[in-house]
Design a protein around this ligand. Structure first.
Ligand code: URA
Length: 431
């Protein structure tokens, strides 16, 4: 291990044997944290070649179960978002794609810090089981074409351990390490077609377009090398997607999109992501696939597919049909404008952190979530607001939480007399 660390420290290229020695030794407890930390820092500072990153990903993927989805007929499609605030696209896209006849056998994650996770949102629907046996999972996908469950603890075991170490050694923000971490889980999860949503902006890992494109390029290259169909969209995270942040609030907004009455930005991003998943799954060209996605929203079959999935997993479908039935937070609070003008900046990470302070997310993995807590934004980046008008509504079960959440939200809010330059929803497509 000493020689491997020294080789990378000096800018060398590690071989498969060396990477496997380090990663498998670390999983087995034979390589201590301090040596793996040093190697991760050397990688952070020296980088990796594409070949090294692909090999590292392969070794990490094989450190746990490799899910074999061949018992499910047809093309299986997956998607992954590198994280955001108000990012509820899986709940919309997965049913759209399944309603178009492509199988979705998907594992998703939970939220941590300012970013949310699909599994928490699903669990906001009372009764929903997000942990199924493999047999139940396969049966459901074969019967209704879709299941979304929590990631099994046996997927990419090395990533779990290495990510925890990166988190405390300032080595998370490294493109080859992010690419191998994400793609090891996606390869192990077994789908044929993988669409990556690389978010970019102040609420995302990638803060600028060049880094976002480089991360997308590396992940697409890894997937393609491993025989999967992969593409990436670079999407904006300089403002949250849609208007709602918080678990049951986000489910309600996703159902609105599936019923053709959701906010324009979220609807458009979901349509573009769904279109690209359908293209990867071989359903036709961009125009054909977009039409298919629009059609299953218009005829109600995508919403129906979503209800079928929740019902199959024990969820109370009545809250999807009428989100007013979700349990409401005990208290609400209007955060109002202190001057007239345009919302010139509204820091996404701070919005996410404010929702965590209200109880909608976790600071530590063990924290519990209040599904009813969160934020509804009435004015977003670029909107005009008058003094005293509500910018957003906070929801929480404890009124005492509003002060800290307000301070956090206002800390990232700038109102000016001129409007800001608005970012596009989608910056680029990488194949
Ligand atoms: N998400 C992951 O799964 N891994 C990373 O390294 C960063 C984001």
């Amino acid at each position: 291990m000493y020689d491997i660390i020294a080789k990378k420290r000096d800018g060398g290229t590690l071989t498969r044997e060396e990477l496997a020695f380090a990663v498998n030794g670390y999983v087995a407890g034979e390589v201590p944290d301090y040596q793996m930390s040093a190697l991760l820092m050397a990688i952070y500072l020296r980088g990796m070649t594409d070949e090294e990153t692909a090999v590292l990903t392969d070794v990490m993927a094989h450190s746990g179960d490799m899910v074999d989805l061949s018992a499910i007929e047809g093309i299986k499609a997956d998607k992954h978002s590198t994280g955001g605030v108000g990012d509820k696209t899986t709940l919309v896209i997965a049913p759209i794609v399944a309603a178009c006849g492509v199988k979705i056998a998907k594992m998703s994650g939970r939220g941590l810090g300012h970013t949310g996770g699909t599994i928490d949102k699903m669990e906001a629907v009372p009764g929903t089981r997000t942990s199924l046996t493999q047999e139940e999972f396969f049966k459901q996908v074969n019967e209704i074409g879709i299941s979304v469950i929590g990631q099994s603890g046996q997927i990419a075991v090395a990533d779990k351990k290495m990510y925890a170490l990166r988190d405390v050694t300032a080595t998370v923000g490294c493109i080859p390490l992010i690419a191998s971490s994400i793609m090891s889980k996606k390869l192990a999860a077994g789908s044929d077609a993988i669409l990556l949503d690389v978010t970019m902006g102040d609420g995302a890992f990638m803060k600028d377009l060049d880094s976002a494109i480089e991360l997308a390029r590396q992940m697409v290259a890894i997937g393609t090398t491993h025989g999967r169909k992969v593409a990436a969209l670079i999407t904006d995270m300089d403002k949250p997607l849609g208007r709602n942040i918080g678990n049951s609030l986000e489910v309600a907004e996703s159902m609105a999109v599936l019923q053709g009455k959701g906010p324009a930005d979220l609807t458009e991003v979901c349509l573009q992501l769904a279109t690209n998943m359908l293209i990867l799954a071989g359903k036709g060209d961009a125009a054909t696939c977009r039409k298919m996605a629009q059609q299953v929203i218009a005829d109600g079959s995508a919403f129906k597919k979503c209800c079928q999935m929740f019902a199959a997993q024990g969820g109370e479908v009545s809250v999807l049909e009428d989100p007013e039935r979700f349990r409401k937070a005990k208290y609400s609070y209007e955060l109002t404008a202190q001057s007239d003008g345009y919302i010139y900046k509204n820091d996404v990470e701070k919005i996410g952190n404010a929702s965590v302070l209200l109880g909608a997310g976790r600071i530590k993995k063990e924290d519990t979530i209040d599904f009813a807590a969160g934020i509804t934004m009435h004015r977003k980046l670029g909107d005009f607001v008058k003094t005293g008008e509500s910018i957003c509504t906070f929801y929480a079960d404890d009124e005492a939480l509003f002060a800290a959440a307000e301070e956090m939200y206002r800390g990232g809010l700038v109102i000016k007399s001129e409007p800001p330059k608005l970012p596009p929803l989608i910056y680029a497509r990488v194949t």
